[in-house]
Structures are given as C-alpha cells and as structure tokens.
Design a protein. Structure first.
Length: 94
C-alpha cells in the first residue's frame, strides 16, 4: 500500500509540475481600478483556493442553520409536550 501512495503522489506532483510549465505565461488582470500581472497557473490556483474557501464557508453556514432549526424544533416539541401534559391534568380535575 505504501508503494501505491508513493506512485500516486509522484503522478500528482508530475501533473502539477506539468500544469505550471504549460501555464507559465504572464497575463494581466484588470478589475475596476486595479491591474495585476501574474502567471496563469498562479491565477488558477488562487481561483481554486477562493472557491474552496467559499464552499467551506457556505457549508459551515448551512450546518449552523440546520443545528439552529433542530434546536428550535426540539424546543417547540418540548413546549407542545408540556402543554399537552398540563391540559391532560386540567381535564382530570373536576
């Protein structure tokens, strides 16, 4: 299994080196008042990292929202159960 990991790691490193070599050309990026010149491979890696960060933030917000909704649902069920129990006791008293 160690040899498989080594081979896969070497292949991935080789692909990364090939990617950088093929995209070494410098491009200029203009946005509003800013202008930046960088290699195409660096730009693509930065865009990938920004996408990963946005996805991670989106996922963490969705998890928080789901946890909050679960807490609210549990509280509503507890309040409903408490209300049902008190109404049962009220019916039993003549």
């Amino acid at each position: 299994m160690t040899h498989v990991r080594l081979i896969v790691g070497l292949v991935l490193i080789g692909c990364a080196v090939l990617f950088v070599y093929q995209n070494i050309g410098v491009i200029e990026i203009r946005f509003l008042f800013w202008s930046v010149a960088m290699s195409r491979s660096l730009l693509l890696v930065l865009v990938l990292l920004v996408g990963i960060a946005i996805g991670w933030l989106w996922h963490s917000l969705a998890l928080r929202r789901a946890a909050r909704e679960e807490r609210l649902r549990a509280a509503a069920e507890a309040a409903l159960a408490a209300g049902t129990a008190s109404s049962e006791q009220a019916r039993r008293r003549p």
